[in-house]
Design a protein around this ligand. Structure first.
Ligand SMILES: [Zn+2]
Length: 120
């Protein structure tokens, strides 16, 4: 599938791991403000085909996850996950042909109690 930011500077080609079945929102301090719902792809199945130089990376906390957004329009396109570094979260609203209201209700994941923050 093709995914693009709002201004079109950044374009990704992605193959989703399980279609729209992985669609989730996250309530961690960052995602809850960002407000985007994400679907999962393996990192080998995500290619930045246009605009890699136009992406900005944001990191916080443990700085494991890498949240990427377009420098021009500010839209989050994808992030490298902290819970599984092999996985990439793709902004579902950036995917061609996806109308998010058709997928309501969208489940929430408990990002406030992240598995990586639990004591062993
Ligand atoms: Zn953009």
């Amino acid at each position: 599938m093709r995914a693009a930011c709002h201004c079109g500077a950044v374009v990704l080609e992605v193959t989703l791991s399980d279609g729209m079945n992985t669609l989730r929102r996250c309530d961690c301090s960052f995602c809850v403000m960002r407000g985007a719902a994400a679907v999962t792809a393996h990192r080998d199945n995500v290619a930045i085909v246009q605009g890699a130089e136009n992406l900005q990376c944001y990191q916080f906390g443990t700085k494991t996850a890498r949240h990427h957004f377009c420098k021009t329009c500010g839209i989050y396109t994808h992030h490298n996950r902290r819970s599984n570094p092999q996985e990439v979260g793709i902004n579902a609203a950036c995917l061609d042909g996806i109308h998010l209201p058709d997928h309501d209700p969208i489940a929430w994941v408990d990002g406030r109690n992240h598995p990586s923050d639990r004591n062993p």
